[in-house]
Each structure stands twice: as C-alpha cells, then as structure tokens.
Design a protein around this ligand. Sequence first.
Ligand code: 5GP
Length: 200
Amino acid sequence: MKQLQDRILKDGKVKGTSVLMVDSFLNHQVDASLTRQMAEAFHQYFSHKGVNKILTIEASGIAIATFVAEVFQCPMVFAKKNSRQNLPDHVYTSKVESFTHGKVYDVLVAKDFLSPDDRILIIDDFLANGAALRGLISMVEDAHATLVGVGIAIEKAFQSGGETLRQEGIDIYSLARIASMSEETGVVFAPELPTTAKTP
Ligand code: 5GP
C-alpha cells in the first residue's frame, strides 16, 4: 500500500537491523486517516470471506483493528496481556514471546467473546517471527472458531514468521513488506502482494 510505504520512508526510524519504530503514526501517536485507509485495504482483500469478528493483541494492534471492525461492521476483540499469577478458567490463554522485549507472557481472551460461529480476521501492526500470531491462532483453535485470514500492517519479510505461517496455509495479507533495513540504508520494500484473496 503506497500511502503506508511512503509514510514509513518519511517517518519510520530503523533501530539496528531488526526494529522499525513507527511511533509517530501507528504505535504511539496514531494517524487516523492513514489507519482508515489501511482498514479499507484489508476490507478490499478479505470482504468476500464472511468475516464476523476481528481479533488482535494489546496494545498496538488495537487502533488498526478498531478501524477494521468498523469497516467490516463487526465486533473487535483484543487479547489482553495477563498480569495475574493464576489464570481464571473462563478464558482462553496462550503464551507469546515478545519480539521487542524478549519476555514470554500470557495472553487471554474471555470465552464469552470467541465462539465456534466466529469467522475471524486477525489484525496486527507488525509481523516478525510470528509468535504473536501463533498465540492468537491457538486461541481461535481452542474456541473452535474459523480463522479466515490475517491482516498485517508491516511485515518484516526478512524474518521468518510470514513465510512459515503461509506455508502452513494461512492467508496473510500485509500492506507493507520490508525486504531489508538498516540504519545506514534505511528501509527497502519487497514487492507488494496481490490485492485480492484466494477464494475460500
Ligand atoms: P512476532 O511475534 O511476529 O515476532 O512480532 C510481532 C509483534 O512484535 C507485534 O505485535 C509488534 O507489536 C512487535 N514488533 C515486532 N517487530 C517490530 C518492529 O520492528 N517494530 C515495532 N514497533 N514492533 C514490532
């Protein structure tokens, strides 16, 4: 998506070789107009798939996922990071290793908000090694819901998550795919993905 790529080139800040900071428009301050355009791009790709719920993970997925839910006219649920010692039994849980902090934490979704009738589109801001997605997917499976696909704002295609999950058959649509990046060279994008999803 050209508007997102242009914004990354203008305002993104590369840290080392593997972290891109997009705090000025996505992860701290949010550009609502750009986020709405992103939501519409996800809708264009997944509109024929009968999506009836959006699932993301707190915190930075929430802004995009809310816009996506508005465009799809369906609820948005975000997995919460658990801070309690004992997990209650009315929740689905999963463990996620944080890419940015390196720690493993539990995420949870109340069983009330995921059901076998749900056709779920997972939305997140970044895809790196795929740990956050795997945590969300495992809760979708525990709920016997249907995973329709995954929408990602920024995929770091030089990390393994996207390729591995696609090989497992998951339909991942990323709006900007980074082929490589460094503080010296900046961001280099991979070719854009086709803008229509495979038929079910
Ligand atoms: P993964 O679980 O795929 O390894 O990493 C994805 C999660 O880590 C995302 O939910 C995102 O919050 C965070 N993340 C991964 N890479 C980056 C990055 O380069 N920049 C930022 N800001 N967050 C990232």
